[in-house]
Design a protein around this ligand. Sequence first.
Ligand code: DGT
Ligand code: CA
Ligand code: CA
Length: 573
Amino acid sequence: MPVHNSEIADAFEKLADLLEIEGANPFRVRAYREGARTVRGYPRSMADLLQGGEDLTELPAIGKDLAAKIKTLVDTGRLPALEKVESHTPAALSDLMRIQGLGPERVKALYKKLKIASIGDLNRAARSGKIQKLDGFGKKTEQMIIERLERFSSTEQRTKLIVAEDLVAPLVAHLKNCDEVKDVVVAGSYRRRKETVGDLDILVTARKDSTVMDHFTGYDEVKEVVSKGNTRSTVHLRSGMQVDLRVVPQASYGAALHYFTGSKAHNIAVRKLGVKKGYKVNEYGVFRGNKRIAGKTEEEVYKKVGLPYIPAELREDRGEIEAAAKRRLPDLITLEDIRGDLHCHTNASDGHHSLKQMAEAAAQRGYAYVSINDHSKHVTVAHGLDEKRLFAQIKAIDKLNEELDDIVILKSIELDILEDGSLDLKDSVLKELDFTVCAIHYGFNLSREKQTQRILRAMDNRHFNILAHPSGRLINQREPYEFDLEKVIETARQHGCFLEVNAHPDRLDLNDDACKLAKDMGLKVALATDAHSVANLELMRFGINQARRGWLERGDVINCLPLRKLKQLLNRK
Ligand code: DGT
Ligand code: CA
Ligand code: CA
């Protein structure tokens, strides 16, 4: 059974968490975290790479030690280094690190003093008032832990889209291997490209009496068959993911695809339109009385209820039905519309590739421009740039721009917004840049009022251009900080600033609703990957997914513009 990239990454993350709690060398901890990030975001599976005889140490952040550990995991499914640490530090302490506000020090204190070794322990202790009595905790912290735990349990069950993709690819390949299967399509929230999915809903077309169900339940990743029938089965995979499979006949394919793509709210709205016309709409087709009058394609289904085709990402009953009825659906942005990436790191700070490697990779993607946005000095990453090192990078970019003909490198930086709203590098160097992206990297727990003021004050600086990952959330891992998004959007628009849609599948920040809000309020966004390696440039497609879910069109995204026009927008007066 192949070991998935996400399983390898999880093992490294867990090892890093436990080592950090034990107070191990921070460099070692970081090495595992960066290794996890590389593996998780890598477009090919480690198992495949090893089978092809490739050298894993060529990958960013993977040295000899990590390469050997990956091999062990792929060969045996186990990581002895993790098992060793788990023998003296409870594995579940790693879950506690996922609660925002609990770092390694606090987790250690909770474990040592109150024997809290699981989320359940933490919940009980917080609710019985034991935590507020500990040194360095207090009543407010205890209350915060209770609130975070409530939110944590409601998001925990869902799987990030990129992780789901990792599970989908081999499963779809397996299903296509069955001779009797014609089409295979993953519907549900996965097809709507939601940032997380609850379960996978797969449709196949085949004859009713085919052996496809045996083929499906025989997949070697299946841990448990929950139910098995002729047309519908449900299994749990080894990863814990639930998969529903439906076998449908060709004549119902479009209706079934429409129904199982959802969302439920969208389906209900479409069905209502059907009823008004005297039709019944369900997963088998559109019916007038007992006669099927449509069902082969989704277009047919929409047409019968009087609508044009609605792209899957819009199907949330958030106004798309009304817009479609008026023939005013947005012309959604596509990956081909993107002309450059506006948030990339190099090995001058915490990235893995050189300036030249990043620029060449961006050119290879067909981009006209790419910006380099290494971290500034204040952020707690390796090698943040001070003024002197940034000046040196600016020079290096000028020189490289003379050498390269097919791409322009934009000079930028990822600045830290300090707690008082100032930026952490001097204007004398910022004025030499093409633009800046600015972000909050610490002080997440400020009040809504203070956090909002912090951002607004930062925007007062005329060198502020783009607010990066505006909410600070990490999906399934860290809640957004509290702030007034509408006020930030409004102020950004007045000042000629922009908000980022960070395309990294762990962030997707702005989220879909916030994209739509920005658009409705007349603010354009920058779609950017936050790439820390050449391979990460590929993550742009997740940002496109999110932007499409947020109704964005080419005209709403500044990096769909040619360079000259982009530069005008980034030049605040
Ligand atoms: P998830 O799995 O929580 O990420 O979200 P979905 O949208 O994939 O939901 P899921 O897996 O429960 O169901 C797949 C699709 O099936 C859903 O998007 C719409 C359709 N569906 C499920 N239950 C109902 C229902 O009661 N009524 C209607 N009209 N459609 C339903
Ligand atoms: Ca689903
Ligand atoms: Ca389902």
